[in-house]
Design a protein around this ligand. Structure first.
Ligand SMILES: Nc1ncnc2c1ncn2[C@@H]1O[C@H](COP(=O)(O)OP(=O)(O)O)[C@@H](O)[C@H]1O
Ligand SMILES: [Mg+2]
Length: 397
């Protein structure tokens, strides 16, 4: 069977899948604020909105699609829709599926749907309700498109931070970190690494439930189950893509050229999100610097690597990182942190937070993957243990 045929068979399988579970109750009727293009921080791809002229909204039997995309990222636009049968509020993520080259949009669609099936929408991983054909696209040919149907969430974390940073309380931060770490702990336990953890890909409902979304770059085969990026079994160690993860959230081992990294790359990215969350605390809103923006912002991969070293200190002489082709030589790696008081938190301009928060950042934003915490350790950390119940927290207005 050719690669194209095999893709089509798998897509046919996806299109015939039926909804597995009921939707949560519809959210309030207020339309969400428009969201910035989610791919803005990605260096691996440009946004679809940039690449293609505007296309008509999607169309699917049984759904009324609202006008205007609510989000756009690397692989497609996301629209809000109402399921006519029960009024449920859903998001339709539109993705092309005719480009079958490895790493193309079809690969992303198949990977995202397969991974979401495996994860089953539990423990903070977003639930895939069904996959439909976009009836506004031609039934065959290069322009045809599919729709991934998800429950609708009112915010992504980047937007929430940009619009409502002043409303963040310590309890929100603890709860969101706990929920995000729980989602990653669960996916890693199922052998899946996300590989694109960033605040744009974290969704939050009005009830403050958090869902980790956008599994289009995920890789299956973590924790002893070896697999390539495409998810096919092969002998360990698996060789992985160097372009995974938006650059500002990319772990140092990938930046330096490793192709045999593991799920710890997600923990580094989570640390970057934790720093964004913690920056809402400990200083007046007027002094907050650009809420919702990544905390380590290099202009290219080399500079991104040097920033990571500037924050964490240079790798030790016997570190495996030193053997990687892109690891800066000791002379160019920038100064080590000058003294113990210059914590990772201080380096990331996170101030006025308690010792548990500082320790949490040190656990995640650690240069050496083997010294970096697991998602389970983050979830079970003292910082997360003090997360309040969602019902006790104020909602965002
Ligand atoms: N279920 C959803 N509910 C509401 N908004 C969503 C949902 N899924 C995605 N979005 C919005 O669309 C954006 C792009 O979706 P994403 O799945 O990240 O696609 P991409 O792979 O193109 O980045 C997200 O950053 C978010 O703002
Ligand atoms: Mg995204």
């Amino acid at each position: 069977m050719s690669q194209k045929q095999s893709m089509d068979v798998e897509l046919g399988d996806l299109l015939h899948a039926s909804s597995r579970s009921a939707l949560p109750p519809a959210h309030g009727s207020a339309p969400p604020p428009p969201r910035a293009a989610a791919g803005a921080t990605s260096t691996t791809t440009t946004t679809t909105t940039n690449r293609h002229p505007p296309s008509p909204p999607p169309s699917a039997a049984g759904y009324t699609v609202h006008r205007g995309a609510v989000g756009a990222g690397s692989f497609g636009q996301v629209y809000r829709a109402t399921r006519r049968a029960d009024g449920a509020d859903v998001a339709l993520k539109r993705m092309g599926y005719s480009e079958c080259e490895a790493g193309g949009v079809a690969a992303a669609l198949l990977r995202e749907s397969a991974v979401l099936r495996l994860l089953g929408g539990v423990s903070g991983c977003i639930e895939l309700l069904e996959v439909l054909r976009d009836e506004s696209s031609p039934p065959s040919g290069r322009a045809r498109r599919a729709l991934l149907v998800f429950p609708f969430y009112d915010f992504d974390l980047a937007t929430l931070l940009r619009l409502h940073a002043s409303q963040f309380e310590g309890g929100h931060v603890r709860s969101f970190v706990h929920q995000l770490a729980s989602a990653l702990a669960y996916s890693h336990s199922r052998g899946v690494m996300h590989r694109d953890v960033k605040s744009d890909n974290v969704l939050v409902g009005r009830d403050l439930q958090l869902k980790l979304a956008d599994w289009g770059q995920a890789a299956i085969g973590v924790g002893g189950v070896a697999a390539s990026d495409g998810g096919e079994a092969e002998s360990p160690p698996a060789r992985r893509s160097g372009g995974a993860t938006s650059m500002w959230y990319r772990a140092p081992e990938i930046l330096f050229g490793s192709r045999h990294y593991d799920e710890k790359v997600d923990v580094w990215s989570m640390g970057c999100v934790v720093a964004e969350l913690l920056r809402t605390q400990g200083r007046a809103v007027s002094e907050q610097r650009t809420p919702g923006r990544a905390v380590m912002r290099g202009r290219d991969v080399e500079e991104q690597g040097r920033i990571a070293i500037g924050v964490c200190g240079a790798p030790a002489a016997d570190s495996p990182l030193r053997a990687l082709p892109g690891c800066p030589a000791p002379s160019e790696s920038g100064k080590r942190r000058p003294h113990a008081a210059a914590t990772v938190a201080a380096q990331l301009d996170v101030v006025g937070v308690d010792a548990d928060a500082e320790r949490l950042l040190e656990m995640c934003v650690t240069l050496e993957p083997c010294a970096r915490a697991t998602a389970v350790a983050v979830r079970d950390s003292p910082f997360c243990a003090a997360a309040p119940l969602l019902a006790t927290l104020p909602r965002f207005r």
